[in-house]
Ligand binder design. Structure first.
Ligand SMILES: [Zn+2]
Ligand SMILES: [Zn+2]
Length: 144
């Protein structure tokens, strides 16, 4: 496992490391997860979403799959024609997502027209997947 000490860039999710670190318990929904860092982030993002501070599309973790975003972004559940998440509007089909666990990069592509990331929804998804990748591999706690 690659351990990085680089500073995490919080460009989209308003959940800060402090929000996570101040939690002393995880939600019962995540209590059985082996990765308790993930359980804490899931709990913090659920709280932020319920508290009107976080849109689901900006999460770094997934409530439904109970995973880091990069681990389940390829699921059909993460395709949404309305929000354009993993969606090519001209082709009206799903974008594919490639997650490179070695260099930490994420890319989207359309099997129809061959385009890559081109709009803000695509770039937010890529940024959040790359951030969740970094968080999953970072030493704990992540310093602000
Ligand atoms: Zn998911
Ligand atoms: Zn397309």
């Amino acid at each position: 496992m690659t351990v990085t000490t680089e500073r995490v860039c919080w460009t989209t999710s308003p959940v800060e490391p402090d929000d996570v670190l101040r939690l002393d318990t995880v939600s019962p929904r995540y209590a059985d997860l082996a990765d308790q860092r993930l359980a804490l982030y899931l709990t913090a993002e659920d709280e932020a979403e319920d508290g009107r501070r976080l849109l689901p599309d900006l999460r770094l973790t997934c409530h439904t799959h109970r995973r880091w975003l990069h681990d389940c972004v390829s699921s059909p559940l993460h395709v949404n024609a309305w929000t354009r998440s993993r969606w090519c509007r001209p082709c009206e089909q799903e974008l594919e997502v490639a997650v490179d666990h070695v260099d930490g990069r994420v890319a989207v592509s359309c099997p129809g027209c061959g385009r890559g990331a081109e709009n803000v929804v695509d770039y937010v998804l890529i940024t959040n997947c790359e951030t969740s990748l970094r968080l999953a591999r970072s030493p704990w706690p992540v310093l602000p």
